[in-house]
Write a protein of this length. Structure first.
Length: 307
């Protein structure tokens, strides 16, 4: 259980589920050729999960001092697992993840695509080793990497199968993946700032340069409050323009109840959020928004098919 806590297994399950939903809840029903068979797609998910787990692990190793202040009950490195053992597991996870990436890239005859896995693994290490201390850069990187975990499905499953005859249709489908990647980026970027608000005391003692340390907790909370109106507006526009106007009432209802309502709840609660407990709760709300947002692709697809 200590190791599972160390690699944030709940986040990894969410990541794997997200990729499976896009593949089997959306792409499989589009009557388009896909580059990966089921076994190869399972390997793509495994590779993504291994590299992400390695990222969480190396971050926990470098964040040990901060975590001893912010979350002493969650500290595993140095207590239940030695630092050297942590590094060995980190290396093993990345070797497996990048190795699978090389296999998949060659399997679809796009060997240069293996660079995607190397870049992600390297970026996670650089982030943990210093970039996270740079104002907003760390937040942007983590948000981008979540978006890339969506786009990587299109990169490996769609791009190799594009030919002039299906280019327009494939472009539309890839565009939908981009829409969801943008959604994931915006919500996760806001969530990363909320997590900085939650961890402000430990980050300050470790010399971090996060937004709450630069602006203060109260001002940063106002920034988050302002940012929350961006996804609210985008979701309202998307539901009205693409769902409700096309008589997709089940999908519209789902969007209002499971995505828009939690976002409104988040915005309202940000008005009075001050304590670490408040920000921890709001961070979990945004995680749910990401989960239900990703799941909506299957709901929309189901509503179109059985409308």
């Amino acid at each position: 259980m200590s190791f599972l806590k160390l690699i944030r297994y709940q986040n990894l399950i969410l990541l794997a589920l997200m990729q499976l939903v896009f593949r089997y809840g959306f792409l499989e029903s589009q009557s388009i050729p896909l580059a990966l068979n089921d076994w190869q797609f399972a390997l793509l998910v495994l590779s993504t999960v291994c590299i992400a787990a390695g990222g969480y692990l190396i971050n926990n190793i470098f964040d040990r001092g901060t975590d001893e202040i912010n979350k002493p009950q969650d500290v595993v490195i140095g207590k239940q697992i030695s630092e050297s053992m942590g590094y060995n597991i980190y290396i093993a996870l990345n070797v497996v993840g990048v190795g699978i990436g090389f296999y998949l890239a060659n399997a679809i005859h796009k060997s240069n695509f293996a660079a995607v896995f190397i870049i992600i693994a390297a970026t996670l290490y650089v982030y943990a080793n210093g970039l996270k201390q740079t104002l907003l850069i760390g937040n942007i990187i983590i948000a981008l990497l979540l978006s890339l975990s969506i786009l990587i499905i299109g990169i490996f499953d769609l791009l190799p199968m594009i030919v002039p005859e299906n280019q327009a249709n494939m472009g539309v489908i890839f565009g939908i993946l981009i829409d969801y990647a943008v959604f994931a980026f915006i919500i996760n970027f806001i969530r990363e700032i909320v997590k900085d608000l939650e961890d402000v005391n430990g980050d300050y003692n470790q010399g971090m340069n996060t937004l709450p340390i630069v602006l203060g907790v109260a001002r940063t909370a106002k920034v988050v409050l302002g940012l929350s109106f961006i996804p609210l507006g985008l979701i309202i526009y998307y539901i009205n323009e693409h769902l409700f106007s096309n008589n997709l009432y089940y999908a519209s209802g789902y969007g209002f109840v499971f995505i828009l309502a939690p976002l409104i709840y988040f915005t309202v609660k940000m008005f009075g959020a001050k304590s670490q407990k408040d920000f921890h709760h709001l961070s979990k709300v945004l995680k749910l928004v990401i989960f239900f947002g990703i799941l909506s692709i299957a709901i929309i697809n189901f509503n179109i098919k059985y409308a």
